[in-house]
Design a protein around this ligand. Structure first.
Ligand code: SAM
Length: 220
């Protein structure tokens, strides 16, 4: 007997829940993300990409960052990416075929177990909240980086606690996308514990953040 959706969710892992949510979001994702393109550009610029480098796009979605990352590393460089939702990944695959990028490697795999073919010099976490709040996923990604690799992040966060009910809005906005939507106080904290020179700043009137640092090369 099939369970009603709200009951079925109780028995799903966060990964399964996320895949289910992005099944519905994939087709409209690019249009919904259009207004965050300036923030995406700003976040990628924090990576200070150089021609010939290898950059990793974590939870790459439909591949909306691929163009900017390809421009950053040039033809001699490499873009690596992974994405666990088959629906989002299919759009990223289409994008690669359309653009004919030969230096993009990407795979349909979860952050918790993905194996990269090379050690990145730089890593982008753009709106990848569930991954950033999963210690096993963060550990698996970061242990595959070059020590000193630059890390840039952006995403949503809670408003300061004293704004009270506004955080209901933040939670409601996050819930359709993230299994861990209630964990928005310091979304960067697990990644930050692996970094030196880590800095973050508020964006979107306090409902978002942008951050960067360098991978220390050791576990916290
Ligand atoms: C809000 S989208 C952001 C996509 C992309 N980074 C961008 O900037 O457009 C979050 C993405 O993270 C993916 N994701 C969530 N959990 C994941 C996991 N454990 N491993 C890999 N991808 C994951 C989702 O499937 C989704 O495509």
């Amino acid at each position: 007997m099939a369970l009603p959706v709200h009951e079925a969710n109780l028995y799903m892992t966060d990964n399964e829940l996320s895949i289910q949510r992005y099944r519905k979001k994939a087709a409209g994702y690019d249009a919904s993300a259009a207004f965050t393109m300036p923030l995406r550009q700003r976040t990628i610029s924090l990576l200070q990409l150089q021609p010939g480098q290898t950059v990793l796009d974590v939870g790459a979605g439909t591949g909306l960052s691929y163009q900017l990352l390809c421009e950053g590393v040039g033809e001699q460089g490499r873009v690596l990416a992974f994405e666990q939702s088959p629906d989002m990944f299919a759009f990223a695959q289409q994008r690669i075929l359309q653009e004919d990028w030969s230096n993009v490697w990407h795979v349909n795999a979860p952050a918790e177990t993905v194996k990269l073919p090379a050690m990145p010099d730089a890593v982008l976490f753009n709106y990848t909240h569930d991954i950033c709040r999963t210690p096993v996923a963060v550990a698996n990604i970061l242990r595959q980086l070059k020590p000193g690799a630059r890390i840039a992040m952006a995403g949503m966060k809670f408003f300061p606690w004293w704004t009270g009910p506004l955080n209901l809005l933040a939670w409601l906005k996050n819930r359709p996308y993230n299994a861990r939507a209630a964990d928005l106080w310091e979304p960067w904290s697990i990644v930050a514990s692996y970094c030196e020179g880590f800095e973050w700043h508020s964006t979107q009137w306090g409902m978002g953040y942008i951050a960067s640092g360098c991978y220390k090369g050791t576990t916290p």
